[in-house]
Design a protein around this ligand. Sequence first.
Ligand code: GDP
Length: 322
Amino acid sequence: MDNGARIFVAGHKGLVGSAIVRELRARGFTNLILRTRNEVDLTDRTAVNRFFVNEQPEYVFLAAAKVGGILANNKHPVEFLRDNLYIELNVMDAAWKHRVKKLVFLGSSCIYPKFSPQPIKEEHLLTGELEPTNQWYAIAKIAGIKLAQAYRKQHGFKAISLMPTNLYGPGDNFDLQSSHVLPALIRKFHEAKTNGARQVTVWGSGQPRREFLHVDDLADAALYLMETYDDGEIVNVGLGDDVSIAELASKIAAVVGYEGEIVYDASKPDGTPRKLMDVSRLTGLGWVAKVTLDEGLRSTYRWYLENYAETGLRASAPARRS
Ligand code: GDP
C-alpha cells in the first residue's frame, strides 16, 4: 500500500477499527475512508454498493461487527448471527465487485471448538462443537472465513482472514452488561475502590483461562499481514500466553489499587474453559506481539481514567469479540 492508497476501515469507531486507524495514521497513510453507521449501514446491501461505487476503495480492513461479552451473546442471538452475516456478505461482495486490491477480514478465537486442543491451531477450525454461549457470533465469523476463501478460490480475490484472541485497550466497551471480562473488571474494581466497597463480584468460577492481546498489537499485525500475507489459510493473532480469570482479577485489582475481597458468582456462565492461541504460523511469518498484559492493563486503566471514569460518559462504541 502506498501512503496515498484509498483505504476503507469498516468499523472505525470500534475497538479494533479505531486502533487500525491510529496505526495507519501513525505510518503516514493519508487517504482513509471512514463512515459511521448512520452514514453507511453495512447491513444494508444497497447502501454498501452505493458507497463502493462512489468511493472506490483500494484496500479494506473489515473490522465492523456486532460484538459483545458472554451475556450479550446469549441474549441477542439474532443480532449476533444476522448482523454479522449481512456485514460480511455485503462488504466482501462489494469489495470483490469493485476490484478492491486486498481485504483483511477480522474474525475471532471463538470460532474454534469449545474443547479444542490447546494451544489452538488454525487447523482445529470445524473439528468439534462450538461453545454454546457465543455460537451465534462464531457461526457468522466462520461463514465470513469461508466467504473470503470462496471469493479467493472462485475469483482470485485477495482476501485474508485473521483470528484475534480476546482483545482489549483504548476505546473498549465498559458497559457491565455487554462488555467482556477485562474492561468489566477494570470498571468494577475502580468503582469499588472509589465507593469504598468491601467486595467485588467476578462472574463464574474464576477458573477459565483466557489470552488477552492489546488492540494496538492487533492493529500492527493487521497492517503487517495486509502488506506481507496473501493466502486463504486463516492466521491466529495472539500473544501465545494466557491467565485464569482469577489471576486476571488479581492483576486488575493491583493495577487499580483495590484492596477488598474478590468473590465469585457461580450463577454466571464460565464459557469455554480455555482459549489459548497457537501463534506459530504468525511468528513464522515474522510477527510477534509487543505489549505485555501488565503494561497493557496499566495503560488501559489510564485510558479509562482519562476518558470514561471522570466524565462518566460512554466512550467509543464497542467493537470486538473474544
Ligand atoms: P468469553 O471469552 O467469550 O467467554 O467472554 P467474556 O470476556 O465475556 O468472559 C470471559 C470469562 O470471564 C467468562 O468465564 C466470564 O464468566 C468471566 N467473567 C468474570 N467476570 C466477568 C464480568 O464482569 N464480565 C464478563 N463479561 N465476564 C466476566
